[in-house]
Ligand binder design. Structure first.
Ligand code: ZN
Ligand code: FE
Length: 255
């Protein structure tokens, strides 16, 4: 892995990602919900801003763009419908930043405009509020079917892909995951490890797709163990993987 990705904590549990090539001080920021921690990081790390990437329109992902543009005149890449976006991105586009080729994936569900940025070279994905470590985003705009399809696209990326999501929700997510799948040994292990990391105030992000495939219930709605748990919770048979996903997403909303 050659790309350097810096973690910038923001608000209570957001992460803003700042990436650049070693030896090149031109950096790119993903989902700057707040400008001041980004400016502070750029100054501390002696980096200049080359551009801004946005996954979706929520304020905790776009709120800092305006102030960043006051300080740096840079392009803003993101979905259509966001005022400050200068370069509209859509599914199937590719984007070359920091000597790195990113594929743009439409991943609606959390919001309808949601995009993810994947690079096969590292490999890593900036997936915003779609896939979380141990969980997935709430369905504010999309249907469970859309979200399941979006998560399935992310699940099909190379297993070693690093998952750069935007929130530190991992510990609570894994508590829910254990309620769904208490017998899952990989999940039990992961929950213990995450608990230790959080006790030491460490970030649990990025995770790997391998970890998510083996312990994230929302990527596992096509597994018999998850389907069975969903059916028991709902008190009726599940009709499909989408239906299983819909049941556990609702279950988590009230957990
Ligand atoms: Zn969001
Ligand atoms: Fe968010």
């Amino acid at each position: 892995m050659s790309l350097i990705v810096h973690t910038i904590p923001a608000f209570t549990d957001n992460y803003i990602w700042l990436f650049h090539q070693p030896g090149n001080n031109r950096a790119y920021v993903v989902d700057p919900g707040d400008a001041s921690p980004v400016i502070e990081a750029l100054n501390r790390l002696e980096l200049s801003l080359g551009g801004i990437i946005v996954t979706h329109h929520h304020p905790d992902h776009v709120g800092g763009i305006h102030q960043l543009l006051d300080n740096y005149q840079v392009p803003v890449y993101g979905p259509k419908g966001i005022t400050q976006v200068t370069h509209i991105m859509k599914d199937g586009d590719s984007l070359n930043l920091a000597e790195t080729a990113f594929d743009v994936l439409a991943v609606p569900g959390h919001t309808l405009d949601h995009l993810a940025y994947f690079t096969a070279g590292e490999p890593l994905v900036f997936c915003g509020d779609t896939l979380f470590a141990g969980g997935c985003g709430r369905l504010f705009e999309g249907t469970p079917e859309q979200m399941w399809h979006s998560l399935s696209r992310l699940a099909a990326l190379p297993a070693e892909t690093l998952i750069y999501c935007t929130h530190e929700y991992t510990q609570a997510n894994l508590e829910f995951a254990l309620a769904v799948e208490p017998e899952n040994k990989v999940l039990q292990q992961r929950a213990l490890q995450v608990q230790q990391e959080r006790q030491q105030n460490q970030s649990t992000i990025p995770s790997t797709l391998t970890q998510e495939l083996s312990s994230n219930p929302f990527l596992r709605a096509n597994q018999p163990s998850i389907r069975k748990a969903a059916e028991e919770h709902e008190g009726r048979p599940a009709n499909s993987d989408e239906d299983t996903f819909a049941i556990i997403r609702r279950w988590k909303d009230h957990f």
